[in-house]
Design a protein around this ligand. Sequence first.
Ligand code: AMP
Ligand code: GLY
Length: 426
Amino acid sequence: MRVLVIGSGGREHTLCWKIGQSPLVQEVFCAPGNGGIAQDAICINLAADDIAGLARFAKDNVIDLTVVGPEAPLVSGIVDAFQAEGLAVFGPSGRAALLEGSKAFAKKMMHACSIPTARFGLFTDAGSARSYIQEADFPVVVKADGLAAGKGVIVTSSREEAFAALDEVMVKKAFGDAGSTVVIEERLTGEEASFIAVCDGEHIVALASSQDHKPALDNDEGPNTGGMGAYSPAPVVDSATHDMVIERILHPLVSGLRAKGITYRGVIYAGLMVTESGPKVLEFNVRLGDPETQPLLMRCTSDIVPVLLEVAKGGSIKGMEFEWAAGPGVCVVLASGGYPGPYDKGRVISGLGQAERIDGVKVFHAGTRLQSGSIVTSGGRVLGVTAVDNDLKAAIDKAYRAVSLISFEGMHYRRDIGHKALKRLS
Ligand code: AMP
Ligand code: GLY
């Protein structure tokens, strides 16, 4: 088989690396890829949102399976466009991808399917949104409805902060049209976890649990990022919680969508807050998590291609399963100076080879490119240094040992990836 992966981040590097190990696969292409992906796949100079160009490439090069990494092309309907050309593509249709593309749509679905989530209101005018905040007897989170590169969510602690957040989103349009509709919801407390599964429109095959670290600094301080590290499994998702997510969240959602004429095929990712009264949904994503994919796929001992292919072809994954190494996986993200604000680019990275010589370590590239024989930085999140070992402490130590060998000017990272799980386990 010839497989095309779309995207250019750490998640896509991990997908290329894993898919390339499948005995079913002869060649892996990635569009557009990055400096590290070029070592595991053939990079194609086409942007992830160039849907027509990508479909033409897939047809001309007889691609047997396309796997879409990021949400933006999914929400723009890349899957519908590929299917119209008779191409096998893994990911939800544009209508199904609204689950991530519109937080208002996601909340309406959760409400209609009685899925546990924060109490909320949806608003298209600032006046009614202000009244809702005024009357709410709980702290709120203000969310822009549309895609905002992971930035359209403002968690507030007082009415004043909530009014200011609303002003940013709806009046000053900090996230553009994404903020024309806002969701205002109850601020939940608990521990967050990522629950990721594959769905064929009816059956659900769960991946192992994982946990992201969104704030930029240790102890969950500082501004939110795309994710500064992750580990899998997440002990906060115990087996009772796991079953609740499948039975009370994912199955009702998929049935509810089907009742609306939407067949959900692809990855479904529930961002959870595990509260005292059980798991509640913070958001749905329609693709794999980044950086959760890095430790997840490093722990995955089965071939993922048969599942992806079956879903892409509209088949059934009933009874299929992923297998996992017993030992955990940990990913530490190395970021550019300034990230998540404006950041430097073009800094030479050293030590990659040494880090990867450690057994059980793989360095996935997120924002890198090849420049006259050197790997240099080209994005905010640069590398995902990922390690597996027999226990969490050993995996964390190994990941940080690899990190200590890598350097570039301005590099920063969190030093407490996995610590919440260590605390829970002890
Ligand atoms: P989202 O993009 O919806 O996942 O939101 C980004 C981050 O905001 C989440 O990872 C949480 O840390 C936080 N967040 C979102 N919704 C809530 C909520 N209802 N209560 C508390 N925190 C939230
Ligand atoms: N790691 C968070 C996300 O992929 O949305």
